[in-house]
Design a binder for this molecule. Structure first.
Ligand code: FCB
Length: 465
């Protein structure tokens, strides 16, 4: 059962803000992330993404690398303000042309493009003038933008992803304020979440109207939440209940509406905080999809805490912390927990009707070291990343064997890139980026992935290059 079928899609992912740089080239408008990273203290070591991986200029090299690696597909995101500088109204032809060339380049290398339409870099004007996704109108503006892009690329793009991780964008951006737009307001969280889900649903319809026969999905994170304490019995029961609440708030809050047309009961029945649902919203949000994208990294643990307002639980396990990196804990401080991926895929079968799934992100950050010298002599021996990818893929195989309709898997990420509030400090790539020179070095994990894609069989591919 270690073999993946020939039509299983092996890919790698990225997002516009994290790799492109060139924040105001060729008529691009500013995004909320452009201004967020410029604020002191928001990003580790004061890093910004003005250059990032310089992908806007170096995309041909990145496409070349993706093609040579043998990727079946590449997931990238389209920057909304590159295409529509103020988020609505006028279209920036040069921005659309950039993505058009990227799509052509990928297709020429035999790599299927999987664009995501919103990966967090909201046009700044929509935030400043309308309050961003807190404002319901932004959902239909997103659908207009999606239609514009589908009209321009739909003759060549067959696979679309609407939004990436609406939960993270709503929570980190509007509740904790650690991501753009940097809002810390419990009353902003559910509107920002609901309107992204609505934006997704309206965009599904808009894309299909422009490009019949294409496939559309959304990329949602699912971080299983387990109780922190197994004993004594009273604490264990309290933590179990806390874990259920947090699972609703982090996971079922987007899977429920999108796949079943309903928020989890604990969310829908909130007395003070409730998603601002209007008639027709849930129908749009639950528009049937061709696949559901799943982003999986780790698990969290919940400990009951009645003193914490809103969720009455302390949650720990995924936030970056200054913990030593070990085989079982990545550079992000995230626990290596592959079983969680099998668990989540099982719950997608039992609770959500076994939809076609594509793992749109899985991967890990480690402290990489460059060995050797010269253009071709430099190597990155990242065995921990290879082992991590193996573990994740075995977890996916277990789910497939149990009946999951899992059709593809995309590694986060093709290249090292700008990891949001962590700046350049955390490397997730199959390809190392030397930020001083912008040189790319395919890591041992990238070489391993390439061999795996060719063989499609975990057991027959050696770890060592
Ligand atoms: C996900 C994001 C992605 C990347 C990975 C590590 O939450 O979608 O952009 O930052 O985490």
């Amino acid at each position: 059962m270690a073999r993946f079928p020939d039509d299983f899609v092996f890919g790698a992912s990225s997002s516009a803000f994290q790799i492109e740089g060139a924040p105001d080239a060729d008529g691009k408008g500013p995004s909320i992330w452009d201004v967020f990273v410029a604020r002191p203290g928001r990003v580790r070591n004061g890093a910004d993404a003005v250059v990032a991986c310089d992908h806007y200029a170096r995309w041909p090299e990145d496409v070349e690398i993706a093609g040579d690696m043998g990727l079946d597909a590449y997931r990238f995101s389209i920057s909304w303000p590159r295409v529509m500088p103020t988020g609505r109204g006028s279209v920036n032809r040069a921005g659309l042309d950039f993505y058009s060339r990227l799509v052509d380049g990928l297709l020429a290398k035999g790599v299927r493009p999987f664009p995501t339409l919103f990966h967090w870099d909201l046009p700044l004007a929509l935030q400043r003038e309308l309050g961003g996704f807190r404002n319901r109108d932004v959902a239909s503006m997103f659908a207009d933008y999606a239609a514009t892009v589908a009209r321009a690329l739909g003759d060549r793009v067959t696979d679309w992803i609407t939004v990436n991780e609406p939960f993270e964008f709503a929570c980190f951006g509007h509740l904790y304020g650690t991501h753009a737009p940097g809002v810390r307001n419990p009353f902003a969280y559910l509107p920002a979440l609901h309107h992204q889900l609505l934006a997704h649903g309206l965009a599904v319809r808009a894309i299909r109207a422009e490009s019949a026969g294409c496939r559309v999905g959304a990329a949602l994170s699912w971080t299983p939440v387990h109780p922190a304490r197994a004993a004594p019995a009273k604490a264990a029961a309290a933590d179990l209940a806390a874990a259920a609440r947090v699972n609703d708030l982090m996971n079922h809050i987007s899977f429920g509406p999108i796949l079943l047309g309903a928020y989890p009961e604990s969310v829908a029945s909130g007395r003070i905080l409730r998603p601002p649902v209007e008639p027709g919203d849930m129908d749009a949000i639950s528009e049937p999809l061709d696949f559901i994208g799943l982003n999986y990294y780790s698990r969290e643990k919940a400990r009951n805490n009645p003193l914490v307002p809103f969720i009455r639980a302390d949650v720990s396990g995924k936030e970056p912390r200054e913990l030593p990196e070990t085989d079982m804990r990545t550079a992000m401080g995230w626990e290596v927990y592959h079983e969680g991926l099998t668990e989540v895929l099982a719950e997608l079968r039992t609770r959500y009707g076994n939809p076609p799934v594509i793992v749109t992100e899985f991967g890990s950050a480690w402290t990489d070291a460059v060995d050797g010298e010269g253009e071709t002599g430099r190597r990155v021996h990242d065995l921990r990343r290879v082992r991590y990818l193996q573990g994740s893929l075995r977890a996916m195989q277990a789910a497939r064997a149990a009946g999951s309709d899992l059709r593809g898997a995309f590694v986060w990420s093709l290249t090292d890139n700008f990891e949001w509030a962590e700046g350049n400090a955390k490397r997730f790539g199959l390809v190392y980026v030397d930020y001083a020179t912008q040189a790319r070095i395919v890591k041992d994990s990238g070489r391993w992935y390439s061999r795996l894609i060719a063989a499609r069989d975990l057991d027959s591919v050696s770890e060592e290059a």
